[in-house]
Write a protein that binds this ligand. Structure first.
Ligand SMILES: CC(C)(COP(=O)(O)OP(=O)(O)OC[C@H]1O[C@@H](n2cnc3c(N)ncnc32)[C@H](O)[C@@H]1OP(=O)(O)O)[C@@H](O)C(=O)NCCC(=O)NCCS
Length: 158
């Protein structure tokens, strides 16, 4: 990065790093809970584990962002994932997360660039993802990278 700080590099996960990524994903899962939803931490953890298992059973890549020799973030990418309406294959960002104390240093931006390059290399011409409306950091990240909103998910209290 600028100012003499070490720069972020992105690489494929090494054996054993999935456990670290899963633990980080569980720690920050609360950032994605919509304000109107109750979120018991134990249930959130189970759902994140389910998501990782879902990805593991499909064609996926686990990318690691590294800074000064330490892993600071990860991105879990599905390739050849069918778009929910058209069924056409696309890349899909299943999860991206950066260690809280390592944020705003370009790690997510580098992970997204690497994921897009990998999806393109696999023949995908589009990338999809879902983001929670109140998740400012993620929403701003995707806005900055020119991801547009193509559908919205709605709910109301009953
Ligand atoms: C979202 C997240 C991955 C961003 O990681 P990051 O490494 O801090 O992001 P970057 O430093 O690469 O930021 C890239 C751009 O995203 C936007 N951005 C990131 N964090 C932001 C914040 N807190 N507020 C506003 N904009 C933000 C900015 O446009 C930023 O560019 P800039 O720093 O030049 O202004 C991180 O906040 C995180 O792990 N959140 C918890 C997990 C999560 O919600 N994941 C998203 C699931 S959909």
């Amino acid at each position: 990065m600028d100012g003499g700080q070490p720069s972020v590099t992105v690489r494929a996960a090494l054996p054993g790093e999935e456990a670290w990524a899963l633990a980080l994903a569980i720690r920050v899962a609360g950032d994605q809970v919509p304000p109107a939803r109750d979120a018991a931490p134990a249930l959130l953890a189970i759902n994140v584990e389910r998501l990782f298992a879902f990805c593991r059973a499909r064609e996926h890549r686990l990318l690691i962002a590294e800074e000064a020799g330490s892993a600071v973030g990860f991105l879990l990418l599905l390739v050849n994932f069918p778009h929910e309406v058209t069924g056409l294959p696309e890349g899909y960002v299943a999860y991206v997360a950066v260690e809280p104390e390592q944020r705003r240093r370009g790690a997510a931006r580098a992970l997204m660039a690497a994921a897009e390059a990998e999806a393109r290399r696999c023949g995908m011409s589009q990338m999809g993802l879902v983001v929670t409306a109140g998740n400012v950091a993620a929403t701003q990240l995707y806005d900055a990278l020119n991801y547009t909103t193509e559908r919205t998910v709605r709910c109301k209290d009953l």
